[in-house]
Design a protein around this ligand. Structure first.
Ligand SMILES: [Zn+2]
Length: 328
């Protein structure tokens, strides 16, 4: 249709009518359909010239049972959850890998649970990366913090090919040495999470031995990313310091899980920490440094988008979440 002054006025009038009617139309849609779930979730922020994207791999609701914290009672753990306005009896354990775009490289740190663990996990590969505009084939480097299944599970689906076919895979040398040692595996309990981790590690890295690069903790992993030895959660657990210009970010990985538990109570020894006292020493050292130097921190199990600062509070710590920013 040729646009004349008359048709332009007519369509402006129609648009006006539509915007008047719109609230009622929206009400009707809302009444008919409550989606009841989140969209794929990612959040971007800058660290110097790097762009970091936190991508949710989902959540698992873990029951609070005896032994959830080895040196605290179920009542004490529930009181800590309640103090953080979280429900008693269950911990919503989130998973938040980060993707770092250096301007020339795409680096993924940890890979989520992978497919098949539960309907509420595996979101990194099932929509999260795609929503953030990234094809797994584009990832240049995958850096792994430690070998628990919620961090390496996304590397391989079942016995299929590697999910990041063009990426160099880089893991802590100490972690590799521990979990790939058959003697260590033979001494693990017959069943339980340690045995499962030995088996899962062998499945994931099957046939990849030569292709997996190993880094010494405390040294540079790739330009701009330095490893920090944070032993205790596992024997070769690593955190990372990302540096670009004056920008810094600490990727703590699993130095603590949900902040309401081991951040508020740094002396608590989680069931998931293989060496509780060593994990506590690593935790206090890292958080004292991050609090004193006011470095932003991301935690794999912090609430999405898992970004904030650590504030020291006497003998304890507190996470101060970073405010959401639309322009980065
Ligand atoms: Zn974890």
């Amino acid at each position: 249709m040729k646009i004349t002054r008359r048709t332009a006025l007519a369509s402006a009038a129609a648009a006006g009518a539509a915007s008047l009617a719109e609230p009622f139309a929206l009400n009707r849609i809302a009444a008919a359909n409550q989606p009841g779930k989140q969209a794929a979730s990612y959040y971007r922020y800058k660290v110097g010239d790097f762009e970091v994207t936190a991508i949710s791999d989902g959540v698992l609701n873990a029951p609070i049972q005896q032994g959830f914290v080895k040196n605290a009672s179920v009542d004490d753990v529930n009181a800590a959850l309640e103090a953080a306005f979280m429900p008693r009896g269950t911990l919503a354990n989130q998973f938040n890998p980060v993707l770092i775009n250096t301007g020339s490289q795409l680096i993924l740190v940890d890979t989520g649970n992978g497919p098949g663990r539960s309907p509420t996990t595996g979101m990194l590969l099932a929509g999260g990366l795609a929503a953030a505009g990234v094809d797994p084939k584009q990832v240049n480097t995958v850096i792994i913090s430690h070998f628990h299944g919620d961090h390496i599970g996304g590397l391989r689906s079942g016995d299929g090919p590697i999910n990041f076919p063009n990426a160099e895979i880089i893991v802590p040398a100490d972690e590799w040495a521990f979990w790939m040692d058959d003697g260590n595996m033979s001494r693990a309990p017959e069943s339980g999470p340690v045995r499962t981790t030995f088996q899962n590690t062998r499945r994931i890295f099957a046939g990849m031995g030569d292709k997996v690069k190993r880094f010494e903790r405390g040294k540079d992993v790739v330009p701009g990313i330095t490893s920090i030895a944070t032993t205790g959660h596992t024997p070769g657990h690593s955190s990372f310091l990302v540096t670009s210009g004056s920008g810094k970010l600490v990727i703590q990985a699993d130095v603590t899980g949900n902040p309401a538990v081991n951040l508020r109570n740094p002396g608590w020894h989680s069931w998931a920490d293989m060496d509780g006292p060593q994990a506590e020493a690593s935790r206090r050292k890292l958080f004292d440094m991050v609090a004193a130097d006011r470095i932003p921190i991301t935690g794999y199990h912090y609430p999405f988008p898992a970004l904030g600062h650590i504030e020291k509070d006497g003998d304890r710590y507190q996470l101060v979440p970073a405010p959401w920013q639309p322009i980065i």
